[in-house]
Design a protein around this ligand. Structure first.
Ligand code: PLI
Length: 461
């Protein structure tokens, strides 16, 4: 009998370390001013604990590093491409693989291939780059996620679920001919890393296919979603992780993947499709924007590390520890009465800035302000996921003012310790105690696209 695992403790030990720097409050206030109060514009070396994102920030395993040494750097037909293709087929079942340098390149290609001018694309909440590529292709995103997803306080085990009534209403209003696909994210990022259930996905897939509508799967965090299906959905407790992941993929037709998340690599991604006609179009497009269809913007060694990372990503002990660490931090913060998105999701703890800073109007960007305040307090870097990220409505030019105004404390995989999580929680508590003195921010520079990345701000008087 194997020893029974008692906690979420990590199934690995540390073999190499990277020093990080502690700074003074005075230094950090200066750094913030220079960065225009945007945590994306801070220098990484001025950050103590970096919870900006879980994208490309994972620690690779010794096996992945060993794989890097096996890179076949031929321009065409690299051995590592075939290994990757075989792994994607075996683990996810998608028949054709078009590698890309990261997720948004796959979003670009599938949007250009499937969307016609005037089409609408329903989805279980927007993601920034995904929606922009749909719009650039002439489409319009329509949110069909359940209402509960927009309310950080409602407890629901599957806040990533689609409201089938909303999806049906889109089909009725626009006609299936103008709905090329529905975009289904697993572990929905913008509402807190919330999962979709297999039961709901099955119904979505059935409804879509009945109308000839494809299901495009944003599978960036599919393994994390699968863990919560195992833990929360009736009938899956004893189903192996790999089977749950495969069942999710089998209900969908196309997948876009940012391997910088689940797959534990620092760069990489792909488009995977079942239809050979779509695959041909994508292969023809990838050579324009990314590189040949057997590397798509990755080096051979990157593809090898990625193929190995795919197998590691679906190991239960790994994913259990990864999500366990997120929940450890979430409970620590919530137990102090600090408002966070409930239930705690998969890749981060999302602070509810509307309830944290209720004295700030949403156009004073409470989440952006809170992220800056946390950095000033401790050097912990987080990310705004609210009014700045949502951007402006292209028709009215107004800020979208989304229901969710969040600060994401995003946990990189296999990087930080439990003590680091304690420091993060202590800093959030410190800022909470001084919250009434915090004032908002206004733009000094606002880029046209994906403004959250490069915008600059100053504190309002
Ligand atoms: O950053 P990319 O281009 O590899 O992937 C884009 C992307 C697509 N879908 C989803 C759900 C994402 O989370 C995503 C990227 N996310 C980032 C960078 C993040 O910090 O969450």
């Amino acid at each position: 009998m194997p020893t029974r695992r008692r906690s979420w403790a990590e199934p690995w030990k540390v073999k190499m370390v990277e020093p990080i720097k502690m700074t003074t409050r005075e230094f950090r206030e200066q750094a913030l001013e220079e960065a225009g109060y945007n945590t994306f514009l801070l220098r990484s070396e001025d950050v103590y604990i970096d919870l900006l994102t879980d994208s490309g920030t994972s620690a690779m395993s010794d096996r992945q590093w060993a794989g890097m040494m096996l890179g076949d750097e031929a321009y065409a037909g690299s051995r590592n491409f075939y290994h990757l293709e075989e792994t994607v087929r075996d683990v996810y079942g998608y028949r054709h693989l078009i590698p890309t340098h990261q997720g948004r390149a796959a979003e670009h290609m599938i949007s250009q291939i499937l969307i016609k001018d005037g089409d609408v694309v329903p989805g279980n909440m927007y993601f920034t780059t995904t929606r922009l590529h749909q719009e650039l292709a002439g489409g319009r995103f329509l949110d069909v996620i359940i209402d509960e997803a927009h309310d950080p306080e409602v407890m629901h085990p599957f806040k990533g679920n689609v409201d089938l009534g909303k999806f049906q209403a889109v089909i009725d209003e626009y006609g299936a001919d103008h709905v090329p696909y529905i975009c289904i994210a697993t572990s929905v990022n913008m509402c807190g890393g919330q999962p979709i259930s297999l039961g709901n996905l099955r119904e979505v897939s059935e409804l879509a296919h009945r109308h000839g509508i494809l299901v495009v799967h944003d599978m960036t965090r599919v393994a994390e979603n699968a863990l919560l299906i195992k833990e929360r959905e009736e009938g899956y407790a004893d189903v192996p992780m790999a089977d749950i992941v495969r069942q999710i993929c089998d209900l969908t037709d196309v997948a876009t993947m940012s391997s910088k998340k689940d797959h534990l690599v620092n760069i990489g991604g792909f488009l995977a499709v079942n239809d050979p006609g779509i695959a041909d179009k994508a292969r023809n497009m990838v050579v324009i924007y990314e590189g040949l269809h057997t590397y798509g913007g990755m080096a051979g060694r990157d593809m090898e590390a990625l193929a190995i990372g795919i197998r590691e990503s679906i190991q239960h002990d790994h994913i259990h520890a990864r999500v366990g660490q997120v929940h450890y931090l979430g409970h620590k913060v919530a137990d102090q009465g600090i408002p966070i998105v409930q239930p705690i999701g998969t890749h981060g703890v999302f602070l509810d800035a509307k309830r944290f800073l209720p004295h700030l109007d949403q156009d004073l960007f409470p989440a952006q302000t809170l992220a800056a305040a946390i950095y000033a307090d401790s050097g912990v870097r987080s990310m705004e996921r609210g009014n700045v990220s949502a951007g402006r409505n292209p028709e009215t030019g107004q800020n979208r003012r989304p229901h969710l105004e969040l600060v994401r404390l995003t946990i990189p995989r296999r990087v930080y310790t439990q003590a680091h999580m304690d420091v993060v929680a202590e800093s959030v508590m410190e800022v909470w105690d001084g919250r009434e003195a915090i004032t908002g921010l206004e733009f000094t520079y606002e880029p046209k696209y994906l403004r959250f990345f490069q915008a600059r701000f100053k504190p309002v008087e």
